[in-house]
Design a protein around this ligand. Structure first.
Ligand code: HEC
Length: 410
């Protein structure tokens, strides 16, 4: 090769390196924006967060009293009672839908293996014999969401088939403005200590219990590493994701953007970084005040807003990316540059027979999304996947997606 060719190659590589962190594969990191109400989505995200993690009695926080999918997506829905012992976490539904056919080991109990351990340098070997590294999830919906879904019969396949017919004469699934939903990701404390240790952070069990929100479920102590919130404050919802400050690679690829709660508003991704530590999200006076008013427990100071997302594309038309370094990247195996909350959720819909439409979901949609004419949009809600309804051949769900286990708990 001639010198000129080498120079051209070097220039091209340099251009890519400069461009990469902010603009990975033609997408830019989401950073929220002003809503029609004049409030910034980051501020709104924190307002919801503070309300959701406020103490709610019986040692629980507010969202832990809301309806789980088991309480909704069943023939006999019921708002949960005070019995905290009923609580159950589950292995990831999204991950099981995305898993390549048959490649996923059957989940052990309700704590399953992550889909892409490599991306987050997550442990694959047991820290102690008999304790395979795993994680568990839960989705909770507030009363306004619960009521709308149940009253409109959007919680069973038969109900969705009826809704499909209504939609033919102009009816639309449209949640009320006070709808709020949460998806939380939990890692057993032992797995968490092993994961952080592999990535240069040494914590003891008692340090984890002080610095993380923890819960006891299925005989194991779990620590919360990630939380998603979707709220119907805008027609296309507001999409916010929170991460524990110690999550390895928290701001990799898309950076972190918080114009309300973090003293440092923008953290750029480290070039080519993998699973390093990022600057703390020290809280602003406004957020500290909000936490104080809601009597939020000190452990919650360790959680950071990664970003909020309210649009499909940036002003110049470039698709926006938004994904959690754990929930999407590690647990579900979706690279951050192929993750957009709003785009993937916009592809949530159902067919004439009331079965969930997942074709677009499995191709990780980015940017603007259009559903086929014969699919009715489910107003960005993916919970319908937990209805025991998707025919295996159509859904390309691996055999080991054991839907009977999900239904058995109803
Ligand atoms: C590739 C698709 C995809 C992406 C990207 C994605 N999600 Fe989801 N999300 C799902 C699926 C599927 C479910 C339902 C299954 C489950 O509980 O995991 C879900 C569940 C949820 C729920 C519970 C409410 C519901 O829709 O049932 C919330 C809240 C949520 N996601 C927020 C987010 C946020 C915030 C982001 C971005 C940071 C995001 N999601 C990115 C597919 C996606």
């Amino acid at each position: 090769m001639k010198l000129r060719d080498w120079i051209l190659i070097a220039l091209a590589l340099l251009a890519m390196a400069v461009d990469l962190p902010a603009r990975a594969a033609g997408a830019v990191g989401a950073s929220g924006g002003l809503l029609a109400s004049g409030i910034h989505s980051d501020r709104l995200a924190w307002q919801h967060f503070a309300g959701i993690v406020a103490p709610a009695g019986h040692g629980r926080v507010e969202f832990e009293t809301w309806a789980a999918d088991d309480n909704i997506y069943t023939e006999t829905p019921a708002w949960p009672g005070d019995d905290a012992a009923q609580r159950r976490l589950r292995s990831s539904v999204l991950q099981r839908v995305l898993a390549p056919h048959g490649s996923l080991d059957a989940p052990v109990g309700d704590c399953g293996a992550v889909l892409d351990a490599g991306s987050g340098n997550f442990p694959v070997q047991a820290p102690q014999p008999g304790q395979a590294p795993c994680f568990a999830e839960e989705v909770r919906r507030n009363l306004a969401t619960y009521r709308y879904i149940v009253q409109n019969g959007l919680n069973t396949q038969a109900g969705l088939a009826a809704a499909y017919q209504k939609a033919q004469s102009g009816w639309r699934v449209s949640l009320p403005e006070d709808a709020v939903q949460v998806k939380a990701d939990w890692v057993p404390v032992e797995t968490l200590i092993a994961w952080l240790g592999r990535n240069g952070v040494r914590l003891t069990g008692s340090q984890v219990r002080a610095q993380f929100h923890t819960t006891f479920a299925q005989g194991t102590s779990f620590a919360l590493v990630a939380m998603h919130i979707s709220s119907k404050d805008a027609p296309n919802w507001v999409w916010a994701s929170f991460e524990h400050r110690l999550n390895p690679g928290r701001c990799d690829t898309m950076g972190c953007n918080d114009s309300y709660g973090a003293a440092r508003r923008t953290i750029a991704p480290q070039a080519g970084a993998h699973n390093g530590q990022y600057a703390d999200c020290a809280k602003t006076a406004a957020l500290k005040k909000l936490f104080e008013v809601k009597r939020v427990a000190p452990a919650w100071n360790n959680y950071c807003l990664k970003a909020s997302e309210i649009a499909f594309v940036a002003r110049d038309g470039t698709p926006l990316m938004h994904g959690n370094s754990f929930t999407e990247r590690v647990a579900a195996g979706i690279p951050i540059k192929r993750s957009s909350c709003i785009s993937c959720h916009a592809s949530a819909g159902f067919s004439r027979d009331g079965s969930a439409y997942i074709k677009q979901l499995t191709s990780h949609p980015m940017g603007t999304v259009k559903l086929p004419a014969d699919i009715v949009a489910n107003d960005f809600i993916w919970g319908i996947l937990t209805i025991n309804a998707v025919p295996v051949e159509q859904a390309k769900i691996p055999h080991n997606l054991d839907r009977t286990r999900i239904t058995a708990r109803r």
